[in-house]
Design a protein around this ligand. Sequence first.
Ligand SMILES: O=C(O)CCC(=O)C(=O)O
Ligand SMILES: [Fe+2]
Length: 366
Amino acid sequence: MADVASGPQSDTLTAALEAQKYVQSRLIPTAKTTSFRSIPIIDLSPSFSSSLAARQAVARQINEACTTVGFFYITGHGMESTCERTLKLAERFFHELSQEGKEAIHMKQSQHFRGYEPSDHTSLNGFTSKESKEAFNWGYEEGLDPTGGDGKYVELDGSSAGGKNLWPDEKFLPGFYEGIAEYYGKILQLCKHLFRLFALSLALPENYFDAMTTHPGGIARLLRYPPSTNPKPLSALNKDEELGLGAHSDYECFTLLLQDSTPGLEILSPDGHWISAVPVEGGIVVNVADFLMRWTNGVYKSTVHRVVNRTDKERYSVPLFYSINYDEMVETLPSCVTMENPSHYPPVTAGRYVLDRLGLTLNGGY
Ligand SMILES: O=C(O)CCC(=O)C(=O)O
Ligand SMILES: [Fe+2]
């Protein structure tokens, strides 16, 4: 793809820098946007019905959540036992794999942000220099996609050599890849289902995004947050250096997050209050990310969030950042442009936008 050649491009880099400024501006309390104190829970079960009216009813709830909070929980998604198994896999990865095993798949060997990421390797948007989280990252592989993909997968930079994941040696972590494959296959299917609901929620044809997600971007991570050295009640603010993950918004279309029973995720209401996204039994957290915010002309909110583990327990979580095909160039969605709200954003390629955002988080840059 000519427009996604390697190296930062000035137009998308500008978009990335603007997005960073946008995030910073949202860290300043304002009375202009609706504030919130809770995160809606949406039961997805009716959306699997053959009745369009039932699917539209769920889509309306999604629209309400995305235009206000930017976050919601989904229940009734059918992945409950897989979610439990995946969180156990996360625990196994960090506990059972030796330091040597982790070093063997260190992210510095990857051009695509894959592999093991110790706590000091990245920090978000330069807001914080020290984060306590450690991670294991991987991305889309056709072999993990139940549809088999369309053979056209490209990485963020437009290169077509996919499948560059760095997996731990099976003999040190038996069953790991198989477990990840089960989770990833199911969550990709759920993301496609959600995208159809997003389409309905935006007054677009239900299959509007289908052709743009034939080789989707899907970076996923296993995250571990160590116990707090100074456990505090949820209401008390910890010092900056105890941040698990700094304040940020996500970059792609939307994120699906599994979290264990230890709270830690907090989302920022526009009036400056941090709201705890407490774990909900069987619930997956969904949030709008910056690319979808931009694509919807700001109609759907991409909300700033952070992680602070205030407990004396470890915390595990598993986000998946879902994107349309990285080589897809998009313009503002037609249903989000009106006379009062003309398009604010020039066309951009999905992968290039995310790559430039990611480049800004690496300690030391590209
Ligand atoms: O661990 C969590 O709860 C959230 C992680 C997150 O926000 C991210 O990785 O972007
Ligand atoms: Fe996030």
